[in-house]
Design a protein around this ligand. Structure first.
Ligand code: ZN
Ligand code: ZN
Length: 647
């Protein structure tokens, strides 16, 4: 065969551990090209030889139709002199000094695996741990890099001959799928009763019976345990709430497929793709009426969080005849999600009435990600399973920076080269378990990224747990204003590189002047900002107590606007608060948009107590009707007056 030319193609991005080499192999072989493909520190290197037009075709398909979990950042090409090759081969990786960042997020069960799962003729028929190169556990099972079976919790299971044959065959769809397994060699399910003792019988059947009887069941998933119950039965949902000490905060539900999700919520087209894709997050969308769900699922919210069965185990539960399940992170109130079987028995005692467990260890704690279905694009509001540990490329070196994050919804981040790796969502750093998870997340990121921090970044707030952790780290610190951090994060995410206008509408953040900021307009870049506009300062009587009790903020706003206390504000202590507002005693001052929402929610009579964060704003949103009218807004010397609006 006369070879007209050759090309070296370097592919950067998420191209390792996603079936990229077998895909290249398949494509080259189909087109009759010869050469080789290999992983190296930077990504994938391909050398192809053959007729020019066919090489062009190869490059087109490489870009237009990569494997589902791959993300190509860059393709660089170079001409090569023609070479003789017998065929196309995959060259095994050479190990090198700094580990490659080939760790991909966990991925929901793919269509091919789903088909096999439900195919009686398949050897993995009804096997709850079926996976392939395109789906299954990834980040949640990794202990070390490079991403290879011995460095994952799947090292507990020796591959049987048939699995090994698939694993080593470049033409197989399980070629180098690290978690490959089957009923003969892989993990198994077990059912434990309320006291944590193993019970004989089919675990799936026993779990289904418990759920159908209205019980609260702990189910071990991909990134942790869920607490589940039948979402259509009010007494079951009330029971879960009672046992979990979660009074009103909305619960997410899981359904079998898109058609079912579409019966519960209004989904924009992109959201269907997201729900059914590898990320498979909880999508928060406007609910339909009626849903057939127990009202206890999300009592104060017009939005409902829905996800699809994203592991084979979940799929099999629905196969047993279950319809809609409440699926909430298994923990006690605000603690981190439970991942280990023994941990489950201890921490969920008194909550779970049965445990559906398995013996594949989870190494990395990952909650379900939550995405808000805004009309045209998704807004990620909790970034964990399916997204972590994906990085964000920025236009400068961030190597060795460890960012400690805030107090609420904490997410630390580690910089490597020119990429920022945010850790998965941890939650509020309000208890010792959350703090240990913080260390777990940071240590793991540093370990797999091989980064040794040389600089810390923390919030300006002196009393945040994360600030204290930063101070104790011994690193030189940069203290960042909370809302500047918010807007710069958006700048990085959207890859904006010029000076921007940033609007941060938030609950609480320590301001440069010691006041509590949260309704801010900045002119800013990564290096600094000018506060151009902000909401007028209003007193926050009782500080943190005012955050939990919006009626206090409502009184503060009435007082500020020169009005009288409303006669329906007859809460215990209202009179004392009014006296406090009248007095010259120092009170914290705030420009927070969250507190303005709280005040309005209370003044409208929809919410006087925040039994969970954001309840007042959520209730207010639920009570809204769309209008084109607006309240008077006055701006005076950079201050947005709120008094006239309240009046
Ligand atoms: Zn699959
Ligand atoms: Zn096997």
């Amino acid at each position: 065969m006369s070879l007209s030319r050759g090309k070296a193609i370097r592919v950067d991005g998420i191209v390792q551990g996603v079936g990229f080499r077998p895909f290249v192999y398949g494509l080259a072989t189909r087109l009759g090209l010869v050469g080789d493909v290999r992983n190296d520190t930077r990504g994938v290197l391909i050398r192809v030889f053959g007729p020019t037009s066919i090489i062009d075709n190869f490059i087109d398909q490489l870009q237009s139709d990569p494997p589902p979990l791959a993300e190509i950042d860059d393709l660089a090409m170079e001409d090569l002199p023609a070479e003789d090759h017998d065929g196309f081969v995959i060259v095994e990786s050479q190990t090198d000094s700094r580990p490659t960042v080939g760790v991909t997020p966990d991925a929901a069960t793919c269509d091919d695996c789903l088909r096999e799962l439900l195919d009686e003729q398949d050897r993995r028929y009804r096997y709850p741990f079926i996976n392939c190169t395109h789906c299954g556990p990834r980040y949640s099972i990794i202990e070390q890099v490079p991403y290879d079976r011995p460095n994952t919790t799947m090292r507990d299971f020796g591959m049987c001959d048939r699995c090994r044959a698939e694993y080593t065959d470049p033409g197989d769809r399980r070629y180098h799928a690290q978690p490959v397994c089957c009923p003969a060699c892989g993990p198994r399910l077990a059912w434990l009763d309320e006291s944590g003792r193993a019970v004989e019988g089919d675990p799936l059947v026993l779990a289904t019976e418990a759920l159908q009887a209205g019980r609260v069941v702990a189910i071990k998933g991909l990134g942790g345990f869920h607490l589940a119950c039948d979402a259509t039965r009010p007494e079951a949902v009330a029971r879960l709430r009672r046992r979990k000490l979660r009074e009103e905060k909305p619960l997410a539900v899981m359904v079998r497929d898109i058609a079912h999700a579409g019966r519960l919520v209004e989904l924009p087209p992109y959201a269907e793709k997201l729900l059914g894709g590898p990320v498979a997050p909880i999508v928060l969308a406007p609910r339909k009426h009626p849903t057939g769900l127990a009202p206890e699922v999300a009592p104060v919210n017009e939005m409902l969080g829905v996800m699809l069965a994203y592991t084979p185990l979940h799929v099999l539960l629905f196969e047993q005849g279950l319809d809609v399940l409440v699926m909430t992170s298994a923990n006690r109130s605000d603690e981190p999600i439970v991942i280990d079987n023994d941990e489950a028995r201890q921490r969920l005692a008194g909550i779970a009435e049965g445990y559906l467990v398995h013996n594949r260890r989870i190494n990395v704690r990952l909650d379900d990600s939550v995405v808000l279905a805004t009309p045209r694009v998704p807004t990620v509001i909790r970034r964990a399973r399916g997204y972590a540990p994906g990085g964000i490329e920025v236009d400068r070196r961030v190597d060795g920076i460890l960012a400690f994050g805030p107090q609420m919804k904490n997410t630390p981040a580690v910089g490597r080269g020119t990429r920022i790796y945010p850790g998965q969502h941890i939650g509020d750093l309000e208890n010792t378990l959350a703090v240990s998870m913080f260390h777990e997340v940071v240590d793991h990121l540093q370990h797999i990224l091989d980064v040794h921090p040389t600089l810390g970044a923390c919030d300006l707030h002196p009393d945040y747990t994360s600030t204290r952790l930063a101070e104790r780290s011994g690193l030189p610190l940069v203290r960042v204003q909370h809302h500047h951090a918010h807007v710069v994060s958006v700048m990085a995410e959207k890859q904006l590189d010029r000076r921007c206008i940033g609007v941060a509408l938030d609950g609480t953040g320590w301001g440069d002047d010691g006041a509590i900021w949260g309704g801010e307009v900045f002119s800013f870049d990564a290096a600094g900002y000018r506060r151009v506009l902000h909401l007028e300062y209003v007193k926050l009587p009782g500080g943190d107590r005012a955050i939990r009790q919006p009626w206090r903020t409502a009184l503060a706003h009435l007082h500020h606007a020169g009005l009288h206390p409303s006669p329906f504000m007859d809460h215990d202590g209202a009179e004392t608060v009014w006296q406090l507002l009248d007095s010259s005693i120092d009170q914290p001052q705030t420009s927070s948009m969250g507190r303005l929402f709280d005040a309005v929610a209370s003044l409208c009579g929809v919410c006087h107590e925040n039994t969970f964060e954001g309840k007042a704003a959520m209730s207010l949103e639920g009570a809204l009707e769309t209008t084109t009218r607006h309240y008077p807004v006055e701006i005076d010397d950079g201050v947005i007056k709120v008094g006239p609006m309240i009046a």
